[in-house]
Design a protein around this ligand. Structure first.
Ligand SMILES: Cc1cc2nc3c(=O)[nH]c(=O)nc-3n(C[C@H](O)[C@H](O)[C@H](O)COP(=O)(O)OP(=O)(O)OC[C@H]3O[C@@H](n4cnc5c(N)ncnc54)[C@H](O)[C@@H]3O)c2cc1C
Length: 414
């Protein structure tokens, strides 16, 4: 596969861009793979890439029931940050942040990672205590964080309304936080994994597993039976469904999470703003659209649609903070299915079935960890032992009680 470069761009321009090679092959599934990854979202594709790149395992397939990135990867609001409270979280999210910082070069694919800064607003004494505790904890873990006064918030975002119903009392800023282009992350990993020999198989649904002596042997798919040495399931909102096929239960609930974008406008907002207190977050995409999100739907469901009540729920707090946006029209609204754990931390784990691993429970905030999650999961699958940074996120924690409670840091869904 040819590298993307200025030279290849010019060469292909000569032929009106008719001769570009497909970014990845579309092979028929083989009868056997050493590792099968179920789920062609960012996390699954990243896992396959690092298996082939760093772990010497290239007889790998990624099985996707729809199209690459068509799940939460292509539906999220692209916020990247590593400012969670606890040490275990700092380990995993900061690992991802460091991979983000060189990801475009690593994949030779522009994932449009933009460290434009991410500002959490505080609107109450409780919020101030929360950002105080978290900011200090993060700082002790060597992760950047700064406290801002209301005047500094105003300086950063001059058109913000500090005196909304719950006035802005301060903020926690992570300058290295920001956004990345979600589709590009899936496509970049897919292209790079394909180049290393990984088979990416779309429109292929996993419908069951063959398990003998408590060990997974094969997957039953809509395109036939595939035997596998090991299976990694990375299917986000469908994780409980896959676990059910394998005969065990996961401590997860699946909720729709919605987001909206406005019509595009000229650059107006050059950082990401999040407010847990009045519950909204907003950034501006490179196309100029405001990308706006809030909480998940209040009931479990597998719906991937938007709903009218959420528009009001999201736009109300947005306009409290930014009355300037009141004349913008909203352009699109959609939903994804997020898999939520009680402690709002992910699951990267072995399972009761030998050679079967699950990576799930990222809930409303897993995009930011895509490279880190894939990297740690690949090493865990290859070695058969969970990577030390992934080990605390085992499903055993729901038996032992060693929960990693990130309820506050994960609060507004993103
Ligand atoms: C509206 C919204 C906004 C969000 N905003 C943010 C944000 O700003 N920042 C952030 O960090 N996170 C955010 N998230 C969360 C983030 O999108 C997810 O945590 C992350 O993308 C999960 O990636 P994944 O690869 O695990 O899952 P997915 O991208 O969902 O991939 C899983 C794939 O598995 C496939 N699959 C399912 N069942 C089967 C089967 N039986 N056989 C084969 N394939 C199957 C699905 O089709 C899907 O493509 C948001 C989510 C939503 C919905």
């Amino acid at each position: 596969m040819s590298a993307y470069s200025l030279f290849s761009l010019i060469r292909n321009a000569m032929n009106y861009h008719q001769d570009w090679q497909s970014a990845w092959r579309s092979p028929d599934p083989k009868s056997h793979y050493d590792v099968v990854i179920v789920g062609g979202g960012g996390h699954g594709l990243a896992t396959a890439y690092y298996l082939a790149k760093e772990c010497g395992v290239s007889n790998v397939a990624v099985i996707e029931k729809g199209w690459l990135g068509g799940g939460n990867t292509g539906r999220n609001t692209t916020i990247v940050r590593s400012n969670y409270l606890l040490d275990e979280s700092a380990g995993i999210y900061e690992h991802a942040m460091q991979l983000w910082e060189s990801l475009s070069q690593e994949l030779n694919y522009n994932v449009m990672f933009s460290q434009r800064g991410l500002l959490h607003l505080a609107h109450s004494v409780h919020d101030m205590q929360e950002i105080g505790r978290r900011g200090n904890a993060i700082y002790l873990n060597g992760i950047d964080s700064e406290f801002l006064t209301p005047a500094q918030v105003k300086e950063m975002v001059p058109f913000i309304n500090l005196n909304c119903r719950y006035p802005v009392m301060g903020g926690l800023l992570q300058r290295r936080g920001g956004t990345a282009r979600h589709d590009a992350v899936a496509w970049g990993y897919a292209r790079a994994a394909d180049e290393l020999g990984v088979d990416i198989i779309q429109n292929c649904e996993v419908q069951g597993f063959d398990i003998e002596n408590n060990t997974v042997k094969a997957l039953r798919t809509s395109r036939g039976r595939i035997t596998a040495g090991k299976v990694g399931c990375v299917v986000a909102g469908n994780s409980s469904v896959l676990a059910d096929m394998a005969g065990f239960r996961l401590p997860l609930e699946s909720y729709p999470l919605q987001a909206l974008v406005s019509e595009p406008v000229k650059p107006v907002l050059d950082c990401v703003i999040m407010s847990n207190g009045i519950h909204v977050y907003v950034s501006q995409s490179d196309k100029g659209e405001l990308v706006v999100g809030a909480g998940s739907d209040p009931y479990t469901s597998y719906s991937q649609r938007g709903s009218f009540d959420q528009i009001e729920h999201v736009v109300g707090p947005l306009l409290e903070l930014f009355p300037i946006f009141s004349r913008l029209r909203m352009l699109r609204q959609w939903g994804g299915i997020v898999d939520v754990t009680v402690d709002r931390s992910p699951i990267l784990s072995k399972t009761p079935v030998n050679n079967m691993y699950f990576n799930c429970g990222w809930g409303t905030g897993g995009f930011k960890c895509t490279p880190g999650s894939g990297h740690l999961f690949a090493h865990s699958i290859a070695s058969g032992e969970m990577h030390p940074k992934a080990a605390p996120f085992s499903i055993d924690r729901f038996n032992t009680g060693a929960l990693i409670d990130e309820g506050a840091a994960a609060a507004v869904a993103h």
